[in-house]
Design a protein around this ligand. Structure first.
Ligand code: 4AD
Ligand code: MG
Length: 479
């Protein structure tokens, strides 16, 4: 059998002249023993296949059920019905795979996101998730296109590593030592010399340090790969396994870094608006329906595409931590102790409730916060002359909070060594990192974009577990 077929996306744009066509896909619905709504994943739309039921074997008709994989051969004609321009008048139906309607978990009705999360192996077949995952692809593609256009080099950072790039200790260990009989040294410590790599290793939390090594030779690089955090954060914004994009640029400062990040986000949003219109329209309508069941105060102020267009067309607000802290300390919810974490002393880390207040209530647009207190940021950030802050930047998005974290890097060997010692980071184990500062160091900067947080923003979904095919979070690593 030939598998030559026309993708439904193409078919729907074709002028019908009674030409013979072949389509393959999965049945969404079958009405009146006559009308098949067929989807093949190339678009959110279905094509209507009309079956000549009077001249079709009733046994075959019975097998055309929701979820079944079929091939339809027929002629492409102008549609008789409403809602579509063309349809396929079938002359032959072949069933590749039956789908028992009694047992198939996806019924032709609306399922809850919770139900679909439990059935993540099948949720690709729904309109919502097929739209999300096509957009996820478009976002990834646009990111590569953006950096490629600007002559960045895509760098693959290691997944297994011996370092903790963020110094936060939230790592998944990688070991082949038998858990029930761990070899010990004379001091009673785990003897990692007997382990696969002869040392302790973990899954990477960030590719930044390796990206810095490459940037100080290749000039402009970015990583795009999976990263892992064993933080016990059971929230709608955190995953234990997520994808991160980390550009790193030599001869650049914090302003260059902010400009690059803002340009990149706008480019990706524009790419999706230009290339994912059908999927975005579907998700936008989904949100409008969802909002109808919410109290007015909780409804979205802007539609999904308006929100995306707004982010694309407006400059992000750039403010220092100190300015933001003063706004927050004096704001109503802080004074009335409405925040879960009331802000009082300069230097406190901002929680997601504070970030969202700044973005959604105060500035009402994306915000770039800069120059954070050094004690709440990582060791590698460049120390400012005031002695208390570092050249850090976080980008905060409406509905999301932090979407990007980055900084200008500490390129001065003495300052870096001193900071690492203060923060108990072993400088001897990291001598490879220090070498960049020993030999031909230069000002450089970079950031990390949480890929799923960007997909979350663009799709308008509210739970990060719904924008990655198989989410990993505390207590769950299904599929
Ligand atoms: O702010 P983070 O921890 O920064 C870094 O890892 C730096 N090394 C980046 C750099 O400068 N090259 O993480 C960067 C971004 C966050 O802003 C957030 O969007 C995302 O990664 N992120 C997560 N996304 C999903 N689940 C989690 N558990 C995440 N942790 C961070
Ligand atoms: Mg961060």
């Amino acid at each position: 059998m030939s598998f030559k077929r026309t993708p439904i996306k193409e078919l729907l744009k074709t002028t019908p002249t009674n030409q013979e066509v072949v389509v393959m896909g999965w049945v969404r619905t079958f009405r009146n023993n006559q009308f098949i709504a067929l989807n093949d994943g190339s678009t959110i739309k279905t094509v209507q296949v009309v079956v000549d039921f009077e001249n079709t074997d009733p046994a075959l008709l019975k097998r055309i059920t929701t979820g079944a994989a079929i091939k339809a051969t027929g002629t492409l004609i102008e549609s008789q019905g409403k809602g579509q321009t063309v349809e396929v008048k079938a002359s032959e139906i072949h069933i590749f795979g039956d789908s028992d309607p009694e047992k198939y978990p996806l019924q032709p009705k609306k399922h809850s996101l919770e139900f679909l999360r439990e059935n993540a192996h099948l949720r690709f077949r729904t309109n919502t998730f097929s739209a999300i995952f096509r957009i996820r692809h478009a976002v990834a593609f646009a990111i590569h296109a953006f950096f490629n256009d600007q002559d960045f080099c895509y760098m693959h950072s290691p997944i297994i590593t011996g370092s903790d790039a963020e110094g936060a200790g939230e790592m998944f260990q990688v070991s082949v030592l038998p858990l029930n009989d761990i070899p010990k040294t004379e001091d009673g410590e785990v003897d990692f010399k007997k382990d696969f790599f002869n040392k302790a290793t973990n899954l990477t939390v960030s590719g930044q340090l390796e990206a810095e090594l490459a940037a100080l030779a290749l000039g402009k690089v970015y990583t795009f790969g999976p990263t892992f955090r064993a933080e016990n954060s059971n929230t709608t914004r955190h995953l234990a396994e997520f994808w991160m994009i980390e550009p790193e640029v030599a001869f650049a400062d914090l302003t260059d870094n902010m400009d690059l990040a803002e340009d990149m986000l706008k480019y990706v949003i524009k790419y999706c608006l230009d290339n994912c219109a059908d999927d975005l329209e579907f998700l936008e309508n989904r949100l409008i329906q969802e909002d109808k069941s919410k109290p007015t105060a909780e409804r979205a102020e802007m539609s999904l595409t308006d929100k995306l267009t707004f982010c694309m067309d407006n400059d992000f607000e750039r403010v220092t931590y100190t300015e933001a802290f003063n706004i927050l300390r004096n704001c109503k919810p802080n004074k009335k102790k409405k925040f879960q974490y009331v802000l009082d002393e300069w230097g406190a880390d901002l929680q997601s409730e504070h970030e969202r207040f700044l973005v959604e209530k105060h500035f009402k647009k994306p915000v770039i916060l800069t120059d954070y207190p050094k004690d709440i940021k990582a060791f590698y950030m460049r120390q400012n002359d005031d002695g208390t802050t570092v050249a850090a930047m976080d980008i905060l998005f409406p509905g999301i909070g932090e979407i990007i974290g980055g900084s200008q890097r500490e390129e001065r060997l003495d300052r870096l060594t001193q900071r690492m010692e203060e923060m108990d980071i072993p400088t001897d184990e990291m001598s490879w990192f220090m070498d960049t500062r020993r030999f031909g160091t230069c000002p450089h900067a970079g950031y990390g974009l949480g890929f799923e947080r960007l997909v979350l923003f663009i799709t308008g979904m509210s739970n990060i577990r719904d924008v990655i095919p198989f989410p990993r979070f505390p207590g769950s690593a299904e599929f």
